[in-house]
Design a protein around this ligand. Sequence first.
Ligand code: SF4
Length: 213
Amino acid sequence: MSIKRENINQLFSLLQKKYPDPKTSLNYRNTFTLLIAVLLSAQCTDKNVNNVTKKIFKQYYRPSDFVKLGVQKIKKLIKSIGLYNTKAKNIYNLSKQILHKYKGRVPNTFDALYELPGVGRKTANVILNEAFQKPTIAVDTHIFRVANRTKLACGKNPDEVEKNLHKVIPKKYIRKSHHQLLFHGRYTCKARKPLCFECMINKFCKFKNKTKL
Ligand code: SF4
């Protein structure tokens, strides 16, 4: 059985109280560097990405900077990050595309973002949400888990969960719900041992194996 509509409202008003102004933990200095940071964060922790980008973004923060660098130098800069070969090529190619097709500005539509090298559905939605304040939800592993466990929006894959979340979350909560669900999954509804005994949305959650103290 899924969560009742009226309880969904309450659930998000509680998450809203706990995380009133949630933001990404990735460091960036403009929309373009946010895009680079999100791209680097695939299969890598935000902390690792921040360690690497701390030095890079001081000097390089525009598409033209990365086009000038070229793939080999980008590889050297990001070599401590997983999948750096592919990521370096994508960073170079998307910088070129943004520079020539969009005059150096990151586009603000899903289709245009999704067309960029290395940008998938999740990355496009993160950029739209974080940089352009659009009501998108980028379903990552945390959101996927929370949505399925609570039965807020079940689905076999991230796309299905994303579609179902949009159906049930009240409009006024959608934009912030992205980070609120993500943080709830990261800090409370943890993968291995969820902290159900201290979970603020416990009474609405339909998870069968809730943990006790
Ligand atoms: S009650 Fe447990 S399973 Fe349900 S959302 Fe909270 S932490 Fe997750």
